[in-house]
Write a protein that binds this ligand. Structure first.
Ligand code: FE
Length: 227
């Protein structure tokens, strides 16, 4: 069995919103699927450990904002790798309250859906929530992002121009520090560099171009802190 076959499935990226009491939250998911058209229903699979899972269980509603191709990688990183238990992820994001009461993220979205849960399917680590569509709007005609595009562009925009050998020779030897991504916990080790991102081994963090992003979550270089 070749599990890489699963990677051939195309997915979009969505911000799933829900609420519990007076609290709202959102998270990234790639598993929104239309199930039926009469009546229109959609499903989303959410990890049981996520705060959004608790919220959907409680309120029985969810929204799905469909992200467009121009979505900054750090935006996806913020929603995918920070927990609503630690930070208010919607605080600095343009959003509105939908007719279900669920928050609807408007930034970087080309459309949104709102659904009332009609069935939950226990899928082990995840629950599949099936919802009846109660609202849906198109916001703009930007193309929807795909997960494959996100992965490819994340690599593609990373400069391949690692600092040259000569430039490195001229540098006085300095103690090179490791840096940690405050979004996902990835640690940049200057001894190893980041081959996927075109950063050669031996490159100090300070010498990495500002356009470089976290290879795990896509957070900006400025999201890193020195260890
Ligand atoms: Fe990260």
């Amino acid at each position: 069995m070749n599990l890489n076959a699963l990677r051939k499935i195309s997915y979009g990226l969505y911000i799933i919103g829900s609420y519990k009491g007076d609290k709202i939250n959102g998270q990234v998911a790639n598993t929104v699927t239309q199930i039926t058209s009469e009546p229109p229903t959609v499903a989303v699979s959410i990890n049981k450990g996520n705060l959004t899972h608790d919220f959907i269980k409680s309120s029985r509603v969810f929204s799905a904002s469909i992200l467009s191709e121009a979505t900054p990688l750090a935006f996806v990183g913020d929603f995918g790798f920070k927990s609503g238990r630690d930070v208010d992820k919607l605080k600095s994001v343009n959003h509105k309250t939908g007719q279900t009461g669920a928050p609807i993220v408007l930034d970087n979205a080309n459309a949104y859906l709102e659904a009332e849960v009609i069935q939950d399917v226990d899928a082990g680590t995840h629950t599949i929530f099936i919802g009846k569509l109660v609202a849906a709007e198109i916001l703009n005609e930007e193309p929807s992002i795909t997960y494959e595009y996100y992965q490819r562009v994340k690599r593609g925009t990373t400069p391949k121009t690692a600092p040259s050998y000569i430039a490195k020779e001229k540098e006085a030897p300095v103690k090179m520090s490791k840096y940690e991504c405050t979004v996902c916990g990835y640690i940049y080790d200057p001894e190893k560099g980041d081959s996927d991102g075109g950063i050669a081994p031996g490159t100090p963090f300070e010498k990495i171009p500002d356009t470089w992003v976290c290879p795990v979550c896509g957070a900006a270089k400025s999201e890193f802190k020195k260890l």
